[in-house]
Design a protein around this ligand. Structure first.
Ligand SMILES: Cc1ncc(COP(=O)(O)O)c(C=O)c1O
Length: 362
């Protein structure tokens, strides 16, 4: 008898490749996952220590104190929030809730890799809208809408390119979509953006029935290891996510640390200020080495390496890894000439720039 087989769509897929396995020894500079540079807020660490005596209790299904803290900080409605085990869980929950086999969901060419993965897992068909010059192209998205389109995924700002579209373009995208298509605006890096024309999408959620905004504690709050994300959604989408996702995806430790992190305004300010210093510094130094650095409003940079043998991105990645510097290869995103690196501490960025200079001159 043949062994049981997963669905063909699942068998055809490869598992996520995190590229986070450091060499066994020595200094590790980990810039491969767009994590917060400064480590978690001290208040979040204290909150974690305090929660340890209550870990035998399941968490709340709707962590209301966390919703209230976010609502107070951002002026949002706590009733519209859904929490999950990272925003990854919520991306999948949305796909499972909205896609039937054969339905199409659009994502952008260099959009976050978990969109096509989750679309396929749910049985849907990912449809790629090409970027234009490594930027999201709203017209390309709208041109790909068909009667089978159920969802559109947009990371704004985008991972891995680091670019964003402004409020006007975001609203034009929303206006151009049929009302029965769900627009998912993933604002994982919103806190880093200091542009006047940037909008996270929260007001589009409040003023329509077909927009969901996603946020995470993995980036500015530097709590990626705890896995905590949230969605801001119309009631119908929130109800659907509650049905599909695991009930206790946002765990008790993550919620306790999340509340403390949201309330630590000083930590958030410090993290933004750090990024505003070291992101342009790094971009400038790498450009000075002759590399092309895509303009970024986030805590990471996408950097193009030359095609000359000995100086390519494909060679730079392993070379850096050998020296304890972990960056992200972009071949999986269809951009093999690029490496993506997050902004770490001052010492880390100086060391990385030195290592890359050494690689290029070797
Ligand atoms: C655009 C985007 N969305 C979502 C995520 C996942 O976030 P989380 O850690 O909350 O699952 C990431 C992580 O890199 C991301 O870049």
């Amino acid at each position: 008898m043949p062994a049981p087989q997963p669905r063909p769509a699942i068998s055809a897929m490869a598992r996520y490749q995190p590229n986070l396995n450091p060499p066994a020894r020595g200094r590790i500079i980990r810039l491969s996952a767009n994590e917060g540079a400064l480590g978690p807020s001290p208040a979040a660490i204290r909150a974690l220590e305090e929660v340890t005596s209550r870990l035998h209790h399941y968490p709340e299904e709707d962590p209301s104190a966390l919703a209230d803290a976010i609502a107070a900080q951002l002026g949002l409605d706590a009733q519209r929030m859904v929490f999950g085990c990272g925003s990854d869980e919520l991306i999948l929950a949305l796909c499972l809730a909205y896609l039937s086999p054969g339905d199409e969901a659009i994502h952008t060419e260099y959009g976050f890799i978990m969109y096509p993965v989750s679309i396929r897992v749910a049985g849907g068909e990912p449809v790629v809208a090409p970027d234009s010059g490594y930027r999201v192209d709203v017209d390309a998205i709208l041109e790909r809408v068909t009667p089978r389109t159920r969802m559109v995924f947009l990371a704004n700002p985008n991972n891995p390119t680091g670019s964003y579209i402004g409020r006007g373009e975001l609203e034009r995208l929303h206006r151009g979509l049929p009302e029965d298509v769900l627009l998912v605006i993933d604002a994982a890096y919103a806190e880093y953006v200091s542009r006047n024309d940037y909008a996270s999408g929260a007001d589009l959620v409040e003023n329509s029935e077909n927009v969901v905004m996603l946020r995470t504690f993995s980036k500015i709050y530097a709590l990626a290891g705890l896995r905590l994300g949230w969605a801001y959604a119309p009631q119908v989408a929130a109800n659907a996510m509650h049905v599909v996702k695991q009930p206790f995806g946002a765990n008790r430790a993550a919620v306790a640390a999340g509340i403390a992190a949201v309330n630590d305004h000083e930590f958030r300010r410090r993290s933004v200020a750090h990024n505003e210093t070291w992101q342009p510094w790094t971009a400038q130094r790498l450009a000075g080495l002759g590399l092309t650095v895509l303009p970024s409003v986030t805590n990471f940079l996408m950097v193009r390496f030359p095609d000359e043998p000995g100086r390519t991105a494909a060679e730079a990645g392993p070379w850096l890894e050998q020296r304890g510097v972990l960056v992200r290869g972009m071949a999986g995103y269809g951009a093999p000439d690029f490496l993506r690196m997050s902004i770490g501490t001052e010492t880390e960025m100086q060391a990385v720039v030195e290592s890359i200079a050494e690689f290029l001159s070797a």
